[in-house]
Design a binder for this molecule. Structure first.
Ligand code: E4P
Length: 222
């Protein structure tokens, strides 16, 4: 399973990319707005394109950028503009209009990530429309007391049984256990916030173990 960052913060992306285990990035309008607010810069079309280009150059893998248009024709136009920014851009699309736009953009060779997936049938439709990726939102399903893991299990199984050429991105990840669960269930990718990425590495026994090794070494070192 590949590991993606779910952020639009260049600082966060640079930090995790330096670990050598980052395969891609997903963004959404909320995350882009947050990144621009953090750097105190106006979100113009040029600034957004430059920001996405910088993310692509830092990651060297797929970078999902979401359209904000709501109607298929406008989504296609916006998707083409996004895809022209960098060859690694994947156009993120939601909803019924997104499905129509997905069919057209995929036919043009533009990769699409169908987002806000909350059922196996939505994933099936996305795959039939030529999407390269589907993003089931685990955390948001758990938030309403349903089972995000069960949603992911169904989607992964359906794609395997039907032999559909689409990759599953486990999204809306809230904690490290979601990452383990996604890997065990056979997701192709897990995309997670910076804080969760950092938590993957953390274990109190690792910290205690290192401290003890260094203390013992100090006692006898030449
Ligand atoms: C997926 O690509 C989305 O950007 C993301 O995972 C949404 O997660 P959230 O529920 O934490 O907003």
């Amino acid at each position: 399973m590949e590991l993606y960052l779910d952020t639009a913060s260049l600082e966060e992306i640079r930090e995790i990319a330096a670990w050598g285990v980052l395969s891609g990035v997903t963004t959404n309008p909320t995350l882009v707005a947050k990144a621009f607010a953090a750097k105190g810069e106006a979100l113009t079309e040029e600034a957004f394109a430059a920001h996405l280009r910088a993310i692509c150059e830092t990651v060297g893998g797929p970078v999902s950028a979401e359209v904000t248009a709501l109607e298929a024709e406008a989504m296609v136009a916006e998707g083409r503009r996004l895809a022209a920014i960098h060859p690694n851009i994947v156009v993120k699309l939601p909803t019924e209009e997104g499905l129509k736009a997905c069919k057209r953009l995929s036919a043009e060779g533009i990769k699409v990530n169908m987002t806000l997936i909350f059922s196996a049938n939505q994933a099936l439709l996305a795959a039939r429309a030529g999407a390269s990726y589907v993003s089931p939102f685990l955390g948001r399903v758990d938030d309403i007391s349903w089972d995000g893991g069960e949603l992911l299990r169904e989607i992964v199984e359906m794609i395997q049984v039907q032999d559909l050429p689409v990759k599953v991105i486990a999204a809306s990840i809230r904690h490290p256990r979601h990452v383990t669960e996604a890997a065990l269930l056979g997701a192709d990718i897990a995309t997670m916030p910076h804080a969760v990425f950092k938590q993957l590495l953390k274990h109190p026994l690792t910290d205690i173990g290192l401290k003890r090794f260094l203390e013992d070494w100090e006692k006898v070192k030449p």
